[in-house]
Write a new protein. Structure first.
Length: 613
């Protein structure tokens, strides 16, 4: 009767399986596993699902259904999470049960021995006793000593580990990874069934990936994807349980290799002057500055109410983005979001556009029109540039806000329309009210809750993240793969005051990206003269100069003075070296990592961005 079964309930089914295993009620175990397996798969409880699949495999083997038992174990191998110790121990012990019941006691004992060794390594006494009891029962007597497997030759072991180590260290090169992976598989009986496909000239991809696929006939495919190459290693035919385990281990090693490489590249990138922003949204706003983060929180809180919201800010600061944010977090989010620009409609058509009209209500009204307000019914109406609304239309809009009723031109009666209203303007609403161009009572009705968005020049700490996001988006739009951002490019953008705000920034980056070549590094010289003027006019320090001094107040705490001195030294070093972090660190006499940590402590690098550094 609850929306979904709890994790505790699902885990309890494993305890029930252990109970029925002691009672040798194999059909009940299979029924329990079949009942919960779809839910475990849906909710991605991989460790728990692995253990239940193993219990089902043991039950199948006890009933003599060896093919079905092997199929259960194969699925368990595929879903077993990497690094989960308990499921791996249960998996090894279950392999031992199935092998012994299938007539291969030597293979079964080897799996039991591996499971017992793992239990003893971590001190898992419960599993150790269960494995010993199960093994002894299958032996039919006191435990007999398993035949030791042939020792692996030192040279073979060295070559095997060399291949594994090379794969782990070659995540940046899919060719080297593929070569060593094939070398590893060629040393096994899988060699005749290995097929390799290689393709170059693929769409550019900055981060390498490794993915695996399985086919209905038991085939296995490992796809390695690099910057512009893709290599697929396929093993055909139905695999045995051991082959499946081997291939999964190889795939896990490849996945670890590419993940490790991506993490390393991310850490190196975080030590750049302007850290990369992992932001990829359809909106033109990044919430990085404390002021914008706080405004976002306020907007979300206001969205939960029905209060009208009035947003002010210069052109291009993201007023419509905030209006959409309010809509998406409100109870009206299932309804439409209808933007309406009050400055784009002629004065004589404004009333009919907002409130609608009946056919024949005025000259030229050949068809009935419901109006913008009714189009936003049960949704959000965004009145942009409300400061330019015709003075004659303002009383009727005020009437709608007070009563919630729309009276279309030519209609005999008003119609109630539930709609959330968000208004915005880039004009000085105080000046408009002072000159009589905007009604004060309408402002008080619209401005129950107000949001004032700062201009881009007042939140320049968001420019590096915005640049990263827009360059990535524009490179995809203009098909310019491999573009990177130079430190001087971002520094020049920071020196400009952006009268057009984010919209101007977007257009400039689109122009620069379109003019760049594939794989270029964007530099300050590529910017338009107006935007690059402040960068070109900056004072360039002479190499080897003694440098200037600066003033430190004595009537402040010592810690604050030390912070000020350190900040000035870091700023001077970065300017002197043109933003090259390694050279700046050498100039300061500290490590590159040390300079990176000092910058992060001052807020140039956010905690979310360096979680992997």
């Amino acid at each position: 009767r609850v929306p979904a079964r709890s994790w505790y309930d699902l885990a309890h089914q494993l305890t029930r399986c252990a109970y029925f295993e002691r009672l040798e009620d194999w059909t009940q175990i299979i029924a329990i596993a079949d009942d919960v397996d779809p839910e475990l798969a849906r909710r991605q409880y991989k460790a728990l699902r692995t253990s239940l699949l193993c219990a089902k495999a043991r039950a199948r083997a006890r009933l003599g259904h060896h093919t079905a038992a092997q199929a259960c174990l194969t699925t368990a191998i595929r879903v077993c999470p990497r690094g989960a110790v308990d499921p791996l121990i249960v998996l090894e012990a279950s392999k031992g049960v199935c092998e012994m019941l299938n007539g291969d006691p030597d293979a079964g004992r080897r799996h039991f021995d591996r499971a017992l060794a793992a239990c003893r390594a971590i001190g898992h006494r419960y599993h150790e006793r269960w494995i010993e009891r199960t093994r002894d029962a299958l032996n039919g007597a006191a435990p007999s000593r398993a035949t030791s497997p042939p020792a692996l030759h030192t040279t073979e072991a060295a070559l095997l580990l060399t291949d594994v180590a090379t794969i782990l260290g070659a995540g940046h090169s899919v060719d080297l990874m593929a070569m060593r992976t094939i070398s590893l598989l060629d040393s096994t009986p899988l060699r005749p069934r290995i097929h390799v496909e290689s393709a170059s000239g693929c769409e550019y991809q900055a981060i390498p990936t490794a993915t695996t696929d399985t086919t209905s006939d038991g085939g296995f495919s490992l796809r390695l994807r690099g910057s512009d190459r893709q290599i697929a290693i396929t093993v055909s035919g139905r695999q045995t349980l051991e082959e499946m385990s081997l291939l999964k281990s190889v795939a896990d090693i490849a996945q670890i290799a590419v993940t490790r490489t991506a993490d390393t590249e991310h850490e190196d990138d975080e030590q750049n002057l302007w850290p990369r922003a992992d932001v990829d949204t359809d909106d033109d706003v990044v919430f990085r500055s404390p002021r914008m983060i706080e405004l976002r929180k306020i907007a979300i809180r206001l969205a939960e109410t029905d209060l009208p919201v009035f947003i002010t800010g210069e052109t291009g600061t993201g007023k419509e983005i905030f209006a959409r944010l309010i809509h998406e977090h409100s109870k009206h989010r299932r309804g439409p979001f209808v933007p309406f620009n009050c400055s784009a409609i002629p004065r004589e058509l404004m009333e009919s556009q907002l409130f609608g009209h009946r056919r024949g209500a005025f000259t030229g009204a050949g068809e009935s029109f419901p109006g913008i307000i009714r189009a936003a019914e049960r949704g959000t109406l965004f009145l942009d540039e409300i400061g330019d609304l015709d003075l004659a239309s303002q009383p009727k809009l005020l009437r709608f806000l007070e009563s919630g009723e729309v009276h279309a031109l030519g209609d005999l009666r008003a119609q109630r329309v539930p709609v959330r209203v968000v208004a915005a303007t880039n004009a000085s609403i105080e000046e408009a009210m002072r000159t009589g161009q905007f009604r004060r009572d309408l402002f008080y009705r619209l401005g129950v809750a107000q949001l004032a968005l700062p201009a881009l020049r007042e939140r320049k700490d968001e420019i590096p993240a915005l640049v990263s996001m827009f360059v990535k988006r524009s490179a995809r739009e203009c098909e310019r793969p491999g573009l990177t951002i130079g430190d001087d490019f971002v520094a020049a953008l920071l020196l400009y005051d952006w009268p057009g705000n984010i919209r101007e920034l977007v257009n400039e980056i689109r122009r620069v990206t379109a003019m760049a070549a594939d794989g270029d590094t964007l530099r300050a010289a590529m910017l338009s003269p107006t935007i690059a003027a402040a960068w070109n006019a900056r004072p360039v320090p002479i190499s080897g100069s003694a440098g200037g001094g600066f003033f430190v107040r004595m009537d402040q705490p010592l810690a604050r003075a030390i912070d000020q001195v350190e900040e000035q030294f870091i700023e001077h070093a970065l300017k002197s070296t043109g933003g090259r972090v390694a050279d700046a660190a050498n100039l300061l006499g500290i490590s590159r990592k040390g300079l990176f940590l000092k910058r992060r402590r001052r807020g140039l690098v956010s905690t979310a961005d360096v979680s992997t550094a």
